[in-house]
Design a protein around this ligand. Structure first.
Ligand code: G6P
Length: 616
């Protein structure tokens, strides 16, 4: 994922920019670059494929200095990773831009700009922005006013930083679908796509909102909102320990990570949604072409990531109409597999280093497509510099940030979001997904962080019902449809951290065995669907009650389920059926957490388990 750093100061800011880029390295990138305006008023840049350290080495050979500058780490979406495609991009000698996100109408703009005489030196969508701005400056010579005009023509998602040799007093920023934060210093100010990049220079931040344009000078910041009106954005003091490897106000990392979910889901969506559709290029430069050829999907993963894959099968087949198989990597890697023609191989992993998942990917890559192999490989991963990402053809990074608790929480929900983006992208490119439904789901995805916040607000309700489990040794989790894998994930969480034996079943299988186990010592947790399967589930629940089993039901507030003797209903905020698996994961995570706290187990480091299983 791309990263932006910018600065306007009275001192040379080269080191600040490079250090900022280093702090963004964890997000994953393939090239890096920096542009600085020197004291002679000339704009110079340096760009390198590979690590920031290579850019740094280049800068020590041929130093650049300046008091105004922008820098970038690029993750290729349009055009291969190469020096000519790396940012900053220039138009002429005076204007430089760095960009995160995707400009959808870049082809059309490129043609228009070419006909006006602009010469393109890269394959990127970003280069159209800088030439478009240059062209707008011919009519409107003020840089800020020109940027306001130029962005009106951009469709898609962007976070932009702009500098011009002609207006050396200012650093400009524009945000639409890709985050930007201003760092406030004394007599100097900064800009970045993530405040992490700027903690070395300041602890005061101002977050830009959607549609904002900012003019940042050494001693002032002016912002205009989406309607073009001047606005004041609140500045926030950052306190050490509010993020990263610190529990902050929380008792455990796991609880902190559960509560981070609205924010990290939001980050995972950033720059990937258009007005009414998913931006397919978020999967990489070749994604649109490759996705058009995909006729089957094979998902491989372990543990929690495998459960995310199980949910995705319901989505890929149910929404995008594409056949999908899912298998745990440790089985898949040792099995002789018959590969269907034009199958996309998808691996899902938080760490990107899980031995079985990596081995499965390596096996899958052994055969070329023309010898009955996979069409391409896609990694859905949380670590940009992992082996899985390096070895896959395409990648979609989840933006969960570092996950410390061994029991995976925010990694899972961000994987689900990524898999929903994949579903919508495949459906869109293959024409198998109804456009109205796609628009509806994109809107629902935008609302998802708020819905997750509502589910988290039920923390104390879930804490109360967790008392049901304190003395129990066994439990059963039931679900139907896409909520069945959610029940599996809920059972996994409970056993991982509270050591209570928990099994998940598709509710329809209850009568085929597990019902024999049900009595008053076996609580049954149910994730209720809010669709045509609800009535069927209600009869399963009757079967449990008739055997004295105590029920804990998570159900949509509109589903009309009520508390009763031995039945505890937790009402969930209403949500689109397709996104319910993401929302219902939250109370199950909280449930396992509070049961573990009651039992006094080691929540963050459960016995015998490791965060990343890098050996067989
Ligand atoms: C371990 C972790 C789990 C994780 C699984 C797969 O078992 O404890 O939380 O789901 O590995 O890890 P991955 O990094 O590939 O998602």
């Amino acid at each position: 994922m791309c990263g932006i750093v910018g600065a306007v100061a009275e001192r040379n800011i080269t080191a600040v920019l490079v250090e900022g880029l280093k702090r963004l390295e964890y997000r994953g990138y393939d090239s890096a670059g920096v542009a600085l305006l020197n004291d002679q008023g000339e704009l110079h840049r340096s760009r390198r494929v590979g690590k920031v350290s290579e850019l740094e080495a280049a800068l020590s050979q041929e130093p650049l200095a300046g008091r105004l500058g922008i820098a970038h780490t690029r993750w290729a979406t349009h055009g291969a990773p190469s020096e000519r495609n790396a940012h900053p991009h220039f138009s002429g000698h005076d204007l430089a831009v760095v960009h995160n996100g995707i400009i959808e109408n870049h082809e059309e703009l490129r043609e228009q700009l070419k006909s006006l005489g602009y010469v393109f030196s890269s394959d990127t969508d970003t280069e159209v922005i800088v030439h478009l701005l240059n062209h707008t400056l011919k009519i409107q010579p003020d840089l800020t006013a020109a940027l306001k005009e130029a962005v009106k023509q951009l469709h898609g998602a962007y976070g932009l930083a702009v500098i011009s040799a002609k207006q050396p007093d200012r650093l400009l920023a524009a945000r639409s679908g890709s985050p930007l934060v201003i760092g406030l210093g004394l007599g100097e100010n900064f800009l970045a796509s993530d405040q992490l990049a700027l903690r070395q220079v300041t602890d005061r931040f101002m977050y830009l909102e959607e549609g904002d344009i900012a003019e940042i000078q050494r001693d002032s910041v002016q912002i205009w909102d989406a309607a073009g009106q001047p606005v004041v954005r609140e500045s926030v003091q950052y306190h050490e320990g509010a993020e990263a490897a610190d529990k902050g106000e929380y008792r455990h990392f796991m609880l902190k990570e559960i509560h981070e979910q609205p924010k990290v889901v939001q980050r995972t969506l950033e720059g990937r949604l258009g007005s009414d559709h998913v931006l397919v290029q978020a999967f990489g430069p070749q994604a649109a072409e490759l996705f058009g050829k995909v006729r089957n999907v094979q998902i491989v993963a372990c543990g929690t990531s495998y459960h995310a894959g199980m949910v995705a099968r319901y989505w890929l087949e149910g929404l995008a109409g594409i056949p999908c198989q899912v298998e745990v990597a440790s089985e898949f890697r040792y099995r002789k597999v018959v590969v269907q023609p034009d199958t996309l191989f998808v691996s899902i992993s938080q760490s990107g280093e899980t031995a079985d998942t990596l081995a499965a990917l390596r096996n899958a890559k052994e055969h070329a497509p023309d010898k009955g192999g996979y069409l391409a490989s896609l990694a859905i991963c949380n670590v940009g510099i992992s082996s899985l990402v390096r070895e896959s053809d395409l990648t979609l990074l989840t933006q969960a940030g570092p996950e410390i608790g061994v029991a995976s929480t925010k990694a899972f929900t961000t994987q689900l979001v990524a898999l929903m983006l994949l579903t919508l992208s495949l459906g869109q490119v293959r024409g198998t997904l109804d456009k109205t439904l796609e628009a509806e789901l994109v809107e629902e995805l935008r609302r998802l962080p708020t819905r997750l916040g509502e589910a988290l607000a039920m923390d104390s309700v879930v804490e109360k019902v967790s008392e049901l489990f304190a003395e129990k040794h066994h439990s059963l989790f039931l679900g139907r449809g896409a909520q069945y894998p959610v029940a599996m994930e809920g059972a996994l969480k409970l056993k991982e951290i509270s050591y209570i034996h928990a099994e998940a079943y598709p509710a329809g299988e209850l009568k085929h065995g597990p019902l024999a186990l049900v009595d008053s010592d076996m609580p049954v947790v149910t994730v209720a669907p809010n669709n045509e399967l609800l009535e069927k589930l209600k009869s399963n629940l009757q079967e449990v009650r008739a055997r004295g089993g105590e029920l804990l039901v998570f159900a949509d507030e509109q589903a009309g389920m009520r508390n009763g003797e031995g039945t505890h209903v937790v009402n969930m905020p209403h949500i689109h059926d397709a996104l319910a698996p993401i929302l219902y994961t939250i109370p199950l995570q909280l449930l396992s957490y509070y049961v573990a706290v009651l039992k006094g187990t080691d929540v963050d480091q459960p016995r015998n388990l490791a965060k990343s299983v890098t050996v067989e």
